[in-house]
Every structure is written in C-alpha cells, then in structure tokens.
Ligand binder design. Sequence first.
Ligand SMILES: [Zn+2]
Length: 445
Amino acid sequence: MARAMRLARAAIALSLCGSASLPAQERGWFALVNVNVIPMDRDTELTGQTVLIRERLIQAVGPAGRVRIPAGTTRIEAGGKYLMPGLADMHVHMAGPPEIQRQLLTMYVVTGVTTILNMRGTADHLALRADIRAGRVLGPDMFTVGRYVNQPFFATPDSVEQEVVAQKRAGYDFVKIHGELSREAYARLNATGRRVGIRIIGHAPRTLGIDAVFAERQYALAHAEEFLYDTLGRSRDVDLPAFGARIPELTRRMAAAGIWLMPTLSGYRIIGRMAENLPAVLARPEMRYLPAAVRAGWEPGANPYTARFGPDKAPGIFARVALLQKLTRAFDSAGVKLVLGTDGLNVGTVPGFSVHDELQELVDAGLAPYHALRTATVNAGAFLNASPCIGVVRAGCAADLLLLDANPLDRIANTRRIAGVMVRGRWLSRQSLDKLLDALEAGGR
Ligand SMILES: [Zn+2]
C-alpha cells in the first residue's frame, strides 16, 4: 500500500513535469541550427544543416544558410551534434496500472525512443494511444495489438475470423498470435487479416511451425528464436549444428516471402546473463529507473527465468544467441526485412534502454551501424506504414528526432549520448530529460 502511494505520488510529479508545467518554448516552431543530419533514407550524413519544425512535422531540411527561420522560432544551436530520427521499438509490453504505464512511456522518451508497438493490448491501450496523440500524456507514439488470437479462446476458423474483424473495427493496429491454432484457423487468421486490412504478427503457431508462416505469409515474426524452436523443438538439449545448417535455406525463404522479423537478440541474451549472475544484471545503472513494482518481479526469488535456469544453463543460451546473431547477419545480407524489437518490460529487458542494447547486439552480430540503425528508424516506418512518415529526417515527416553528441554511424554506442529528444514536436533538452530521469528514479524507490 505504501508503495502504491509512493508510485501514485511519483506519477503526479511525472505528469506535471511531462505536460502541465512545460514551458511554452517546448512547443511550436523550432529550428535546429548548424546540425549534422543523418537522414536514414540513405547512407549519408549532411553537415551544416538547419532543420525547421512546426508543431509535429518537419517543415524543412537544408543547408544552414538556405532555410529561412520565421520570427518567433525557438533556435536550438546544435553545431557539432548529430540529428537522427527518433528510435522505434516494435516489440514492447505496456502493462500495469496507469501510473506505471506512464513511467514506462517516460523511460522510452528519455532514451530517445519515439515510437513503440505494444505487443499485448486491451481497450485501455487504445485510450492511452489517444491520450498520447492528443498531447495529454507524454510518451512515444504508440501502436498496439489487441488480445492474443489463439487457442483456447479462439479455436475455430469462424471464431478467429470474428475476432480479427472485431479488432480491426476497434482500431487496433495489428493482430498478434502467441500460441496454437489449427492449420485451418491459422489460414483463416491470415486470410481475414488481408481481407479487412489488418496485419498479423507474432510467434509462429506453436504446433505448425515456420512452414505454415511461409505458406500463409504472416506479416511479421516476433523473435529470431522462432526459427530455433522450429528446428529444434521446445527441448533445451538440442543440435545446434543442425540449426546452423538451415540458415541459408531460412534466409532464402524469408527474403522471398517478404516477412518481417524482429530479432530480439538482447532479450534472449539477458536471460543467459540473469541465469549466470542475476545480481550483476540488477546492479546495472538503468535498473534504478524501473518502477519499483516492476523491479520487484525481477529480484531473486521472484524472477521466473532464474527459477528455471541456473548458471549451468547460461553457456547453452549464449550458444543459441551466437547462432541467432549469425542468422540475423545472413538475413541482413540477403535483404530480409528486419525491424528492431526488444520485448521491453519482459523480465530483464529495461524499457527504452534495451533499444540501445539491441542496436549494439545487431552491430556485434555483424551489421554495419547504418543497417542496425535502419531497423530502428526507416525500417520501422516501412513496417508500420505510418502517416505521417516516421523514421527519416525529411520535410513532411513526423518531428520525432534524436539529437546526439557524437556520430552513431562511427560507433553505435553513440546513440546513448543524448543531447535532446523531440517527441511529437515537443523539445526535451538534456536538462529536461535529466529532470524526467530524476522523477523516474524517485518513483523507483
Ligand atoms: Zn513479447
């Protein structure tokens, strides 16, 4: 109870900080002046640019001398800094009471994450999405799936069809499968999605495997691990060379089918790290920003992964991650559609911060920094097919931007050196971001 009170108070502090008390200059017209732009629609950087923003849209991008800055515009001197699109995490979980969800939204904003896709949704998430879009709640632009469509609630093809139609009508952005369906029901799921215009994403249906995903052209797969399970079954004692040998075949089929993949490599690795040494994971600096109620579920005794996996299981998990890195690199080289997802809020995966971990993981897997960054920017825009465009710095696209002290194309870890964030046209300087971090930390105690 005392904790609930403290959380409630922290949420009030956050909402004041995040909206009501924002000074006027945090909205309206802005010009980022003399900045190096990483547009992300091509592999280049443009030096000495002025980027003009009005409310929620980028109005102009051009050489500093050539973009006229209207009177009354707030100038942000950004010489020597790097401006890229805000980051996207296309696999997160928004859960818990409203005040906790607001803290999670803040965690995304302070880490430069300006777009998220919630992977388990209810009508409350539709309301939250509306609140964010209307500016009543500070947060990244949020997209959401509805409830999972699989057995036992939806067993027959007809019940699956009705649910897909209902979720489309309700306004969900995607339909998620996370479990089992009969072959007939799975075919109906995908066919109905195409008919009514809502995309089917999630896991491979448990008992049907990857072949069914290719046959029915599910829009996206939620984890690279899906390929492991398909080859190796759910057993943990598995033949990794057999999986390695399948990588060329899987790569060819994924490229041909045009199915999106969220690799979620860091989300898998953290399970091994927790098995190996949970106190070391919990000692990471970003843990202090987690809501206390969330963190409590990650502690020894409550942590579901360490209950299942002891330190002896860690090497096996890391061996699997190494293979999934190899798979991801092969996919990237073959032009398979990759979009960044982290499973944010899953035990061990710290919302927002995990996006930077995943970018590092993709580079460690062998992707060029530009390719890794694409998964979190322009690819996310293509995956969502959002309007206005997101994930590129271009006139007419959403003013969701990340200002960095150093070039992330040189070193991917530079995405963590955040000088400012523009989210839905609202400018948060380093000072504003630090205030939000302080409030999160106070809420986490
Ligand atoms: Zn998930």
